[in-house]
Design a protein around this ligand. Structure first.
Ligand SMILES: CC(C)[C@H](C(=O)O)[C@@H](O)C(=O)O
Ligand code: SF4
Length: 469
C-alpha cells in the first residue's frame, strides 16, 4: 500500500496497536530541559522506578539561563533550583547533560541537530512544543507534557493516537528578501493558529527542496503555531550532507546501512493525505505580525486589516489591537520600535546571523533600539567568530550575548519592559510573552536587522538594494 513519509516513520515505531485507542509508540530520542523535566523525575522517584534507556535521553539547560556572565552563579533562585535539579537528575540516572558553559550547551532544538542526535526517520520528543523543529530532517518530532516525559523516561514509549495527515506545497521561487521565516508566517496567516489542529504536516514543493537545513528547521519549528502536532520535510542530499560526521551520527558501515533506509523516506507518488494546500512562492512578501498571535501576520508593506476583513470575533480582534496599541488600517512601516531580538530556536542559527549581518554591515545601530543578539548555541557563537561576523556586529554597535532561549519567553532577565515594542525573530507574540506588558512583532532576521539600524519597522528590501546597488 502507498504510504506517506509520515506513515512510513510512524508505522515503523508502533510497538502495539490498541483497538479503538492510541498506539504504543517507541521514541528513539528524548530531549529534556530544566523547566519541564524536574517533576517527571520526582514522579520516577516516588514510584521507585528507573530510566529504561538513559543513552536515548539528552539534557540541556536553556530556558531560564542568563545570557550574560554565564560563568557566575545564577541569581534567580527558581532558575538556579531548576538548573540544579536537571544536573542532579542527569547525574543520578546516567543521562548526558550539557549544562551552562558546556561546549555543547544551547537551546535544545538547536543542539540536537548540531550534534547529530536528530536523524531522518527517527522519533523524537521533548517536553517542549517546538520539538517540531526536528521534523526538518524527516523525523517525527513533537512536544509532550510532563507526565509523558515521565512515561518516556521509564518505558521509552508513549501512548499516541495517530494524527491526520496534511500536505502543504509551496512551489515557485521566493522573491528577493523573502526568507524561510516569511514562508512560515505566511502559511500560518493563511491557516490561522488552529488550521492544522489534529494534523501532522508534510511540507513539499520547490521552496522547501531549495531551502537550506537551517531554513527547513525554521519552517518546521513554527508548525505548532498553526495547531499542528508537528511538521516534517523528506530528507535529501542536503540533509545527509548536514548530518554526516556529527558527534552522534552513525559512522562507517552503520552510516551506509542508515543511508539505505533514509533514502526510502519519501511520500509515495499515489499516497493520500487527509487534506492538502497549495501556495505560490511569488505571493509571499517579507512578513510581520501586528497582533497577539502568530496567525495575525501580513506583508510588511501592507496595512493592518479592518475588523470586518478578518475571520473570527471582532471583539477579540479589537482587544488584540488594543493591547498592541495599534489601529485598524495602520501601516506597519515606519512604526517606532524599542527592542530588537535576534535569536530563539526559530532564528538563532548561523544563517540567521549571516542574514542579520548582511543588512547591518557598514551601518550603525539606531540610538532608540536596544538589541539583544542571542546565538542558539556555543557552536553558533564559534561559527559567528570563525566567519568574522562578530567584527561586523561590533563595528555596527551591536553586542553578542551568550546562548539560551532569552527574550523568546523572558524567563531570565531579558525582559522587554511594559509597553515597549519589540521586533523579534522568535515564534510567539502572545500578550506578555517577552515580559509583562511587552508588545511583540514577529519577523525575519532581515526585517529585524533593517529595523535595528533605522529604529522603525523597515522593509529590508529597501536596504538590501542599497547594499547591492
Ligand atoms: C517552557 C516550555 C514548556 C515552552 C513550550 O513548550 O513551548 C517554551 O519552550 C515555549 O516556547 O513556550
Ligand atoms: S527558544 Fe523559545 S520557543 Fe524555543 S524552546 Fe526556547 S522558549 Fe521555547
Amino acid at each position: 500500500m502507498s504510504k506517506t513519509l509520515f506513515d512510513k516513520v510512524w508505522d515503523s515505531h508502533v510497538v502495539r496497536k490498541i483497538e479503538d485507542g492510541p498506539d504504543v509508540f517507541f521514541i528513539d530520542r528524548h530531549f529534556i530541559h530544566e523547566v519541564t523535566s524536574p517533576v517527571a523525575f520526582v514522579g520516577l522517584k516516588q514510584r521507585g522506578i528507573g530510566v529504561m534507556y538513559p543513552e536515548r535521553t539528552f539534557a540541556t539547560a536553556d530556558h531560564n539561563t542568563p545570557t550574560w556572565n554565564q560563568h557566575l552563579p545564577v541569581a534567580d533562585p527558581l532558575s538556579a533550583n531548576q538548573l540544579e535539579a536537571l544536573a542532579n537528575n542527569a547525574a543520578e540516572y546516567g543521562i548526558s547533560h550539557w549544562g551552562l558553559g558546556h561546549r555543547n550547551n544551547g537551546i535544545v532544538h538547536i543542539v540536537g541537530p548540531e550534534n547529530g542526535i536528530t536523524l531522518p526517520g527517527s522519533t523524537i520528543v521533548c517536553g517542549d512544543s517546538h520539538t517540531s523543529t526536528h521534523g526538518a530532517f524527516g523525523a517525527i518530532a513533537f512536544g509532550i507534557g510532563t507526565s509523558e516525559v515521565e512515561m518516556v523516561l521509564s518505558t521509552q514509549c508513549i501512548m499516541q493516537p495517530k494524527p491526520k495527515k496534511m500536505r502543504i506545497n509551496v512551489n515557485g521561487e521566493l522573491g528577493f528578501g523573502v526568507t524561510p521565516k516569511d514562508v512560515a508566517l505566511y502559511i500560518i496567516s493563511q491557516q490561522t493558529t488552529s488550521g492544522a489542529t489534529g494534523y501532522f504536516v508534510e511540507y513539499a514543493g520547490d521552496v522547501f527542496e531549495n531551502m537550506s537545513m537551517e531554513g527547513r528547521m525554521t519552517v518546521c519549528n513554527l508548525s505548532i503555531e498553526m495547531g499542528a502536532r508537528g511538521g516534517m520535510i523528506a530528507p535529501d542530499e542536503k540533509t545527509f550532507e548536514y548530518i554526516k560526521g556529527r558527534k552522534h551520527t552513525p559512522k562507517g558501515a552503520d552510516w551506509d546501512k542508515a543511508m539505505d533506509y533514509w533514502k526510502t523516506l519519501k511520500t509515495d507518488d499515489d499516497a493520500e493525505f487527509d487534506i492538502e494546500f497549495n501556495y505560490n512562492a511569488a505571493d509571499i512578501e517579507p512578513m510581520i505580525t501586528y497582533g497577539t498571535n502568530p496567525g495575525m501576520g501580513m506583508g510588511v508593506t501592507q496595512s493592518i486589516p479592518l475588523a470586518e476583513e478578518v475571520q473570527g470575533g471582532v471583539a477579540t480582534y479589537k482587544k488584540s489591537l488594543g493591547y498592541m496599541k495599534f489601529n485598524e488600517g495602520d501601516d506597519m512601516i515606519g512604526k517606532q520600535v524599542d527592542y530588537v531580538f535576534l535569536g530563539s530556536c526559530t532564528n538563532g542559527r548561523i544563517e540567521d546571523f549571516r542574514a542579520f549581518c548582511s543588512i547591518i554591515e557598514g551601518r550603525k545601530k539606531a540610538d532608540n533600539i536596544t538589541a539583544w543578539l542571542v546565538p542558539g548555541s556555543h557552536k553558533v557563537v564559534d561559527q559567528i567568530k570563525e566567519e568574522g561576523l562578530d567584527r561586523i556586529l561590533d563595528e555596527a554597535g551591536f553586542v553578542l550575548r551568550e546562548p539560551g532561549c532569552s527574550a523568546c519567553l523572558a524567563m531570565n532577565d531579558d525582559k522587554v519592559p511594559a509597553g515597549k515594542l519589540a521586533v523579534s525573530t522568535s515564534n510567539r507574540n502572545f500578550e506578555g510573552r517577552q515580559g509583562p506588558g511587552s508588545r511583540t512583532l514577529l519577523a525575519s532576521p532581515l526585517v529585524a536587522a533593517a529595523t535595528a539600524v533605522t529604529g522603525v519597522v523597515t522593509d529590508p528590501r529597501t536596504l538590501l538594494e542599497t547594499v547591492t546597488a
